[in-house]
Write a protein that binds this ligand. Structure first.
Ligand code: TYD
Length: 138
């Protein structure tokens, strides 16, 4: 592991290297800056005003969310406590563990998110109903 991390109440933020070279260059490596093997990468952009994304948890997938451009607030919820984390630095990624409920709100214009995930997409990995989530973690 070669991580600079910032502890938050319910998770942590991973700071990846930022090289200054006539601009900036950031990079991440699996099982190093990212605490798992990366099986999937996706990105989210052009989100409409006041959209709320997420509102689910994953049974097996771990993720790290980077906000490459703009700003977004991620609300984490472990069934007991909640925490709102604003991401707005391209070298900071929020670790999303399995079974942590998350919502994404407050997208500023032109926000671009990059997400790296530990598993390929499977619909049955999602828990989308909050009451079911609370039962599953009880
Ligand atoms: P979803 O994870 O619900 O997006 P968000 O959390 O941002 O609201 O995914 C939205 C849609 O995209 C859903 O129909 C599933 C599909 N999807 C894939 O097919 N593959 C993927 O890797 C992801 C992340 C989503």
């Amino acid at each position: 592991m070669n991580n600079n991390t910032i502890k938050t109440k319910l998770s942590y933020i991973i700071e990846i290297p930022k090289i200054i070279d006539e601009g900036y260059l950031c990079f991440m490596e699996e099982n190093n800056h990212i605490p798992f093997s990366i099986k999937r990468v996706y990105y989210i952009f052009d989100v409409i005003k006041n959209a709320v994304r997420g509102r689910h948890t994953h049974k097996n997938t771990k993720q790290v969310i980077f906000c490459l451009r703009g700003s977004v607030t991620i609300i984490l919820d472990n069934g007991k406590d909640k925490e709102a984390i604003t991401l707005n630095k391209p070298n900071q990624g929020l670790f999303l563990d399995t079974m942590i409920w998350h919502e994404m709100v407050g997208f500023k214009d032109n926000t671009l998110l990059l997400v790296v995930a530990s598993e390929i997409y499977k619909d049955d990995d999602y828990v989308r109903d909050y009451k079911t989530y609370l039962k599953e973690i009880a």
